[in-house]
Ligand binder design. Structure first.
Ligand code: GAP
Length: 519
């Protein structure tokens, strides 16, 4: 099945099994805003725990924070968001559709890249093991022409973005004959800047209401609390502050399900360091964060780094960790070297000293910052799309059937085990309840007695439950049950008193975290 069709099925699956609903669906929904259902919330909470514990438990010099969404409006002047947190937008006069001008150009570049990759794949097949990709890229005339086209365009594009040259952005779209995907025409408006922050008012108008913003990143809550945490926690450089919370951006084009939303959650960590050590810490956090992602087990080849040429206003160096989503490689996390930009700006606009006194050198200075910034919803999408499988399986009568299974890392699964009495009589429900009452303190368990055992297994596969425990008549004789493993569908008979240790071995967060500490 084509990747786009599988992605459509995944979106339907998320709704059918209580993972994600469109916000305000009964009123026909609100664009690019989503709610997490009963299973989605559990999965999301488990992702948060994985991130939070990896920051707070594994690093004695990282502490947590929970700052407010509303902040003093000067925060956003200082951070540069009022002046520069803009996207260049352009409208097509025929389709009346609105686009980000930079997206249109990037998609055009991606199309040329796809042509190059197609050419390379063909050559790989033809030459087999002897294929030398580097040499092919440097000598094949068609690849070279396309690569040169990308290089020239990229240089012009990066310059226009850096210099905020909206006229040239439009001219690039015209020069390269980029057409509207809907109308197919090149009848474009001018490019205009559009600020992404949502504004609202605080206080009553009569008393002079104040215009405030919904935070577009959680990081600023950390910067303005830097001195509070440093002083009250007696923190010494280097140290980090981690936070999980909502952020809001009025995205011009929101698409690909929960990939780009208007209300979303971030998991950010600001690492405060001595100036001059930023290169070393940037490399350190790149590696630590990549390891965190790869430990989820979705295949190392699914991730890559992408170094930014086009930098956000606060960054001196930036790298994205990209994942191969069903719609291609896209950013899931940003690692940014932010220098002393934010603290320096807040110091200037607030008039408060935000310096660190170094007892070793007897000098005070504004610390530098390396941040790791992960989108929680994007991580959710990464995990659920990598875990989603439509498998063909053989039924007992030999015919073929499709099973939909979420192969989630057990530690993240919303429900860890389902307890299923084979029939609703002969004392089997009572034994099942006793097992559940014993295990519910350790694991999220589900009890199910309706429908055939096969159907119940399928429902649990569909939400990613790693273990199904079936209580049958033999249980009443010898205190054993069958345990069925989600991925292999293998079953084995085990003693009831062994269940806790078998299950905790795979779903225990602390064992999972230990993997991160190994080299
Ligand atoms: N503090 C730095 C910062 O906010 P960013 O690259 O703009 O950097 C960090 O955002 C991460 O937040 C992204 O890698 C992405 O995972 C997530 N993110 C950003 N905008 C988003 C949106 N509209 N919807 C969902 N996630 C988003």
């Amino acid at each position: 099945m084509a990747k786009e069709d599988v992605f459509k099925n995944l979106i339907a699956h998320c709704k059918e099994y209580g993972f994600i609903f469109q916000s305000s669906e009964i009123y026909d929904g609100l664009s690019a805003v989503y709610d997490y259902g009963q299973n989605g919330t559990e999965l999301k909470n488990n992702i948060k725990t994985y991130w939070w514990d990896s920051m707070i438990l594994l690093n004695e010099n990282i502490v947590g924070l929970d700052s407010a969404i509303f902040m003093h409006p000067k925060t956003w002047k200082a951070s540069g968001h009022i002046d520069t947190f803009n996207d260049p937008l352009i409208d097509n006069k025929d389709s009346k559709k609105r686009y980000r001008a930079d997206d249109l150009i990037e998609e055009y570049i991606e199309k040329i890249e796809a042509k190059i990759n197609k050419e390379i794949d063909k050559a790989k097949k033809k030459f087999g093991d002897t294929f030398d990709e580097k040499m092919y890229r440097e000598t094949n005339p068609r690849v070279m022409v396309n690569q040169e086209k990308i290089n020239i365009l990229n240089e012009r594009f990066v310059k226009a973005m850096k210099e905020n040259d909206l006229e040239d952005l439009r001219q690039i779209i015209l020069d390269y004959e980029i057409a509207c995907p809907v109308s197919g025409t090149r009848n474009w408006t001018d490019v205009r800047q559009f600020n992404l922050m949502f504004a609202t008012e605080m206080g009553s108008t009569a008393n002079g209401a104040m215009k405030i913003y919904l935070r577009p990143e959680t990081a600023q809550g950390i910067f303005v609390n830097y001195i509070n945490v440093q002083k009250t926690g007696r923190m010494k450089l280097p140290f980090g502050i981690a936070q999980i919370g909502k952020a809001f951006r009025n995205e011009i084009v929101a698409r690909q399900f929960i990939f780009r939303m208007r209300e979303f959650e971030q998991m950010e960590m600001q690492y405060f360091i001595k100036p001059g050590t930023e290169k070393e810490w940037f490399e350190h956090w790149k590696n630590v964060r990549m390891k965190w992602h790869k430990a989820l087990g979705f295949g190392d080849e699914s991730y890559r780094f992408y170094d930014h040429e086009k930098l956000a206003h606060y960054a001196s160096v930036a790298t994205d960790i990209e994942f191969n989503f069903p719609f291609g490689f896209r950013e899931v996390e940003g690692i940014h070297s932010r220098t002393d930009f934010d603290l320096g700006q807040h110091q200037k606009l607030s008039g408060k000293k935000l310096q660190y006194f170094d007892p070793e050198t007897n000098k005070s200075f504004v610390p530098y910052v390396v941040e790791t910034s992960l989108g929680l919803d994007r991580t959710f999408l990464l995990i659920i799309s990598a875990a989603y499988h439509e498998e063909e399986i053989k039924k007992e009568d030999g015919s073929l059937d499709t099973r939909v299974v979420l192969k989630l890392p057990p530690v993240l699964a919303p429900v860890k085990l389902a307890i299923l009495p084979l029939v609703k009589k002969d004392g089997l429900p009572e034994i099942s309840r006793r097992i559940m009452n014993d295990l519910k303190y350790d694991f999220n368990c589900q009890y199910e007695e309706k429908d055939s055992i096969g159907r119940r297994y399928r429902r649990q596969d569909a939400i990613g439950t790693p273990y199904c425990i079936t209580v049958d008549h033999q249980t009443t004789q010898d205190n054993t049950v069958t345990i069925r493993y989600r991925d292999s569908m293998q079953q084995e008979r085990v003693k009831i008193n062994k269940l806790r240790s078998i299950i905790s071995e795979k779903v225990d967060m602390s064992s999972f975290l230990r993997k991160l500490d190994k080299d």
